[in-house]
Write a protein that binds this ligand. Structure first.
Ligand code: TYM
Length: 326
């Protein structure tokens, strides 16, 4: 039997290299291993916490669907769906809310960050409970995510345990699965995570080749001139080496020996070339998918139907365990 796996991405704008190397690329690799029952979800209910207009929301969902398919998610191998079309996600959220102490949510660093930037709404506060529901409905043993989601995943584990203790064995406690680049940093500030809130420090997957090359060329480097991997002493360079290793299908060690005695300028130019080469086919495929939105809708509709079957059965069991089914 294959191992159940679930992960999701918010449709809140363009994906960047952090999303790709921390999550999406790994989704594709895991899907193609053939060892996992993969479920990938566009978490559009999560995106509501950012007050996006109707037009933006619809466009963002289709764009993200195109990103997934362009990266290599294959709806024949994975269940690929839209969260809002599977009502059990919202229903289980309510059930899990009653098991969640306020204190657990108060501690969430992402809530604090976002509340500082956008102002707090209750959705933003309870968002990790919805994420727990996304995961627990599918008996997911593993959840591929970037490092910034670990705290949320810990809550999903806690809630699974609590529910099981109180109502009998129902949920699986999920484990995170990180990549070699679980926290890609801002190209202009290696102390900050790469995020779309700073477009200049961030390479978007659909940036034009000259834009990608320029962003990499302008990336900050550390003092000294040697290309060595030293995350503490040379955090900016360590970030570039991790990106290079991931998109160039090589290792940081091999890069160190290849660039011994070579300057930062050459290193960054070649990293730019490798990144452009890696992203270009995906950008072209995305354009093609965006020309056929009806197909994107069909793919998501079919996936959502499959997800509804699994999640609906799971939630029926939850209802029974809670004494709600008479
Ligand atoms: P989201 O949409 O913010 O990000 C999607 C994925 O990208 C990863 N990521 C990064 N990885 C490495 N370096 C970075 N700089 C970087 N920035 C983002 C994130 O860790 C994530 O894996 N709450 C989630 C979405 C979600 C989810 C789920 C994930 C909702 N339900 C269930 C897994 C399972 C989020 O907002 O990710």
């Amino acid at each position: 039997m294959k191992t159940p796996l679930v992960s999701g991405i918010q449709p809140t704008g363009r994906l960047h290299v952090g999303n790709y190397l921390g999550a999406l690329k790994n989704f594709v690799d895991l899907q193609n291993l053939g060892r996992y029952d993969c479920r990938f979800v566009i978490v559009d209910l999560h995106a509501l916490t950012e007050h996006i207009t109707q037009k933006e929301q619809r466009r963002n969902i289709l764009e993200l669907a195109a990103d997934f398919l362009a990266a290599g998610i294959d709806p024949k191998k994975s269940i690929f769906f839209q969260q809002s079309q599977v009502p059990a996600h919202a229903e289980l959220t309510w059930v899990l809310s009653s098991l969640t102490p306020m204190g657990e949510l108060n501690r969430m660093t992402q809530f604090k960050d976002k509340a500082d930037r956008h102002g707090a709404n209750v959705g933003l506060f309870t968002y990790p409970v919805l994420m727990a529901a996304d995961i627990l409905l599918y008996d997911s043993k593993v959840v591929p995510v970037g490092e910034d989601q670990l705290q949320h995943l810990e809550l999903a584990r806690t809630l699974a345990r609590k529910f099981n203790e109180r109502y009998g064995r129902t949920f699986v406690e999920p484990k995170p699965l990180l990549t070699e680049a679980p926290r890609v940093m801002n190209l202009l500030n290696p102390a900050k995570k790469m995020s779309k809130s700073d477009p200049n420090g961030c390479v978007f997957l659909d940036d034009e080749p000259n834009v990608v090359a320029n962003k990499v060329r302008r990336a900050v480097t550390d003092s000294g001139s040697e290309i060595i991997f030293d995350p503490v002493g040379k955090p900016a360079l360590a970030n570039l080496l991790r990106i290079y290793a991931a998109v160039g299908s090589t290792t940081v060690k091999r890069l160190e020996s290849r660039y011994r005695g070579v300057g930062y300028g050459t290193f960054k130019r070649e990293l730019g070339d490798v990144l452009v080469e890696h992203l270009a086919p995906m950008r072209e495929r995305k354009k093609k998918f965006m020309r056929d939105p009806a197909k994107l809708r069909r793919v998501l509709e079919r996936g959502s139907k499959q997800a509804n079957k699994i999640a609906g059965d799971k939630f029926a069991d939850v209802r029974k365990k809670l004494g709600l089914s008479l």
